[in-house]
Write a protein that binds this ligand. Sequence first.
Ligand code: ZN
Length: 497
Amino acid sequence: MSSFEQLRQTLHDIGVLKSARAILAWDQETYMPRGGAELRANQLALLSGIIHRRVADPALGEMLSATAAKANGDPDVAAIVRESTRDHERATKVPAELVEERARVTTLARGHWAEARTENDFAKFLPWLEQVVGVSRRIAEARGYDESPYDALLDDYEAGATASQLNEIFPPLREALTDLLGRILDSGVDVDDSCLRRTYAPDLQAQFSRMVAQKIGFDFQRGRLDLTVHPFCSGTGPGDVRITTRYDKNAFDDGLFSVLHETGHGMYEQGLDPRHFGTPLGESCSLGIHESQSRMWENLVARSRGFWKHFYPKAQNLFPHGLGDTSLDEFHRAINRVSPSLIRVDADEVTYNLHVFLRFELEQAMLTGELDCKDLPEAWAQKFETAFRIRPPSDTKGCLQDIHWSAGLYGYFPTYTLGNVYAAQLFDKAEEDLGELEPQFQRGDFRPLKDWLQKNIHREGRRYAPRDLIKKVTGKEPSQEPLIRRLTEKYGAVYGL
Ligand code: ZN
């Protein structure tokens, strides 16, 4: 067996182990009974330890060196070696005990977070938050960094990105969005979205959402849609992609748009090249790029008029009591209503990124020790009030609302905003290549966009770092400008600014 074949086989086996872990994690959030929590924590910790040892194995390091020496300029081999070496080196810097400890602590912390959130009792979560921050900090130290420990963690989700790079994109975006929000609030226009708050039977919502997901391109022969509390997508591997959602009988948009969002993620996973399963060329590029796919389908596609010119008659047929007397125009305005809210996942396109900036600042401060975990609720409330002019009435609706910090996901939040930024930039380029897209959506023709994304983004896997991928596809460095332009145009029209 050549060294490259040996490498491929090893990476394939690691891919299989990761897929088993993904299924266990998916089950934990969907069907596992409460009583399974402790066993699941042990299963995930053990499996994570095994995967970590495989990735950090010196034998893998040798295979990588041997393959690199014989790569002969083959670009696939070069990319696989480069990215696998990166994974290997990152893994060897962190002792397996620390990886297992993080898996164990975060699995338990999530249970305590959920309880604290339900009971609005931050004190219950505090000791766990401290433990998770502590273990994350130790991991960052073990990895090493140039400027900030935060960069070492951010790099997990967005390879090569640093806080200082984000600080080139985020502040001008914050300024533009704050200005746009101010003009919307001062316009005196209040969009009526009461049509979305009528009664919508969850089973019919599920039927409609499934039909829409299928129509835009999610392959149900190679994927599932199930119920959960906090929607997510889990790409297990070729032929098996799990998306999840929840339905609220008094919110037509909640379940549907979360399905559309997760469908965007799911189509990315389904679009990866199965021949490269287990290798970096068969993996998604970064969370920011992943999020660009979900945000594009959720917001740029599914909140457009063209999209609803196609689907609205079907929605009206299925929900005559909810939507029968609402015109397409009224409906389109309702799903694009801007209203500052306490909860990130309920936020509209204009305020969403403001929620992210707040978390980006707080998690950096917790990691560097600038902010003591016990002071988080007050720091949150103050920052929130400054950005939104509302003070959260409880921690449940404040710093306890998201799962991320209990799960050890520090450096994850900024990828949501990067996703919005990349999505707008990619959509511009897709329209340049494919012509105006809304008329295509109106005809129910989603294939050209889906194929364009598959060819330009999905099939590339991790061949390029996220910044380089954006540059390669669009010809430009990542920039907040396309997003600012799109939001200003769209909301200018909705609010008559
Ligand atoms: Zn997402």
